[in-house]
Design a protein around this ligand. Structure first.
Ligand code: FMN
Length: 179
């Protein structure tokens, strides 16, 4: 099984999650490739059985470089007639999205639009969306947003427990898709 993990990370939280996914896959014998979005432009997603895309929430959206990547890729696949009406699933292709967020105002609702946005990209390409994961991350550079928001004191997140939960979710996912 081949897996690709694409991510963008401004202050390191999403990178930690991406690396945990990558290490967990490798420990299970999956041939996994980890790429920041700026190095992922040439990757053909259909060459992989399992594709992960991860980004933080910036004003309830994926950061601009992630949106640009997705728009470019959608154009690329549309020109090649890969974007079909009804978005039929391509057999054996699974996708997972992951979003990190600080939720200072409305909690996880600030991250859900990001997860949905990323997920729509993979679903439009025919991937079976097998996971939509949300991970709390410290708001680096803002103590107020990291201690006084709706989620309370989130300094140090994602912490080891958060990353262990991700590793567990990866292993559960592998069990499900390997049947
Ligand atoms: C410019 C900017 C805007 C942000 N906007 C939001 C937001 O609207 N909602 C939220 O929950 N977190 C917001 N955050 C916090 C990040 O989503 C959170 O800290 C995330 O884990 C950062 O991931 P990264 O370290 O991979 O960049 C924002 C952070 C930055 C730097």
């Amino acid at each position: 099984m081949k897996a690709l993990i694409i991510y963008w990370s401004g202050t390191g939280n999403t990178k930690k999650v991406a690396e945990t996914i990558d290490n967990t896959l490798k420990n299970s014998g999956v041939d996994s490739v980890l790429k920041p979005v700026k190095e992922a432009g040439a990757e053909d997603l259909h060459e992989y059985d399992l594709v992960f895309i991860g980004a933080p929430s910036h004003m309830w959206q994926p950061p601009a470089p992630v949106q640009e990547y997705i728009k470019d890729k959608m154009n690329y696949y549309r020109e090649r007639d890969y974007i079909k009406l009804g978005s039929p699933k391509v057999r054996g292709k699974y996708g997972v999205v992951f979003t990190t967020y600080s939720g200072p105002h409305t909690g996880i609702n600030e991250a859900i639009p990001v997860g949905k946005y990323l997920g729509q990209f993979l679903e439009h390409l025919g991937f079976d969306l097998a996971g939509e994961w949300y991970v709390v991350g410290e708001f680096h550079g803002s103590e107020e947003n990291s201690t006084k928001g709706r989620l309370g004191d989130i300094r140090g997140r994602p912490n080891q427990q958060d990353l262990d939960n991700i590793a567990r979710d990866v292993n559960e996912l592998l069990k499900t898709i390997k049947g």
